[in-house]
Design a protein around this ligand. Structure first.
Ligand code: HEC
Length: 143
């Protein structure tokens, strides 16, 4: 009884580890050329790096560079799995871009809170469409 429960539990962890589990991704990198990755996956990697930069700027109270126009492409470019392009994906994408625009226009005292909202919208969409990187995205939070 307990064993069965444990197996189901492990199985669901396995299911929730993707879009692509980290170790499988490493194998893919060795076997294929990295530019075979879908444009959305490549953009997301850049978004992660852009937000690392924004995190540093927020921490230092510096001016935040604008990424809204660049990140807007997430609504257009091709994903690995075409099934993710649903109306909800689009809505969550718009919500993300709005929170980013809002951060970029924040008065100083709201910058930290608005930054956290941006990260929450990244995570919100990921919980629906791509739970694999959620842990990594949480590293962008300011503690
Ligand atoms: C509207 C939904 C949505 C939002 C918002 C979103 N993502 Fe993603 N993200 C995805 C999807 C879907 C994928 C899978 C992309 C693919 O493989 O085509 C992905 C993939 C990724 C990946 C893995 C890329 C790889 O190496 O394959 C990272 C890292 C990532 N996102 C980080 C972020 C960060 C950081 C944010 C916020 C700044 C963010 N995402 C916002 C949907 C979203």
């Amino acid at each position: 009884m307990h064993k069965t429960f444990f197996r189901v539990f492990l199985f669901s962890i396995f299911l929730f580890a993707g879009c692509k589990p980290e170790n499988q991704k490493e194998q893919l990198k060795v076997q294929r050329f990295p530019n075979e990755d879908a444009p959305l996956a490549l953009l997301m990697r850049e978004m992660f790096e852009d937000l690392e930069e924004v995190k540093v700027a927020v921490g230092n109270g510096e001016r935040i560079k604008s990424y809204v126009e660049k990140h807007r492409n997430l609504l257009e470019v091709k994903p690995t799995d075409p099934k993710v392009k649903t109306p909800i994906f689009h809505m969550m994408g718009e919500a993300y871009l709005e929170s980013l625009a809002n951060l970029e226009e924040s008065p100083l005292e709201l910058v930290k809170a608005n930054y956290q909202t941006v990260i929450n919208t990244c995570i919100g969409c990921h919980q629906q469409y791509c739970p694999g990187p959620v842990k990594r995205i949480q590293q962008l939070e300011i503690d």
